[in-house]
Design a protein. Sequence first.
Length: 254
Amino acid sequence: MVDQLEQTVGLVRDAVGPELLGTYLHGSAVLGGLVPASDLDVLAVTRRSLDERERRALVGGLLEISGLTPTVRPVELTVVVQSEVRPWRFPPTGDLLYGEWLRDELRTGEPPRPGPMPDLALALTVVLAGDHPLTGPPPAELLDPVPHTDLVRASVEAIPGLLAELDDDTRNVLLALARVWSTLATGEIRTKDAAAGWALPHLSPEHRPVLAHARNLYLTCHYQDEVWSKELRARVRPLVDDVLARIDRLRQQG
């Protein structure tokens, strides 16, 4: 992990130069600790939008640094221009996003462009709470806090995209939905496993084994080692429907 972080920070520093204001660790690494398949989540704050050369340099470097093996972790790099998130407004604009789920597209296509990125509300909140600079000043010197109402909006707006991945990425989708539910109910952003731990006692008994299995997979194994029994797989959608109903009730109350 340390080596990959050093490579990532070095890549960003070399690509962006003096326009880089700071880089920050966030995600599981600052919320509660990495598990076998956790990403290394890095946020870079810049003074201006990246140019074409910088975008290509970052993507090319990350294709080498990042991976999905027992010895190489996936790196998720988000670049934001400070003036796009301070003063804060919703939805925020992200300048570049790299993640392993984009690898095939990025290897053969154009580098990512700026665009609306509601999930930044969650990422920036974790960056500020984690307070873990890799370079630059403490994040509070560069970033504004995100209002709770925008955390809720960002969480809810992510749901359609999550549901589209339910069959292909079952464990992460179930845990992410548990985190949306947890965030709306408590105002706290938890790790995926901690959100599932919060949700399990609130679920009816017939749904608990499915979420418990997703949580155990997250804590103990890589994606290639993931196994779902036919019985548990059949119970995934009823669990999802129950959690969505609970989220909808919280939205109506709030």
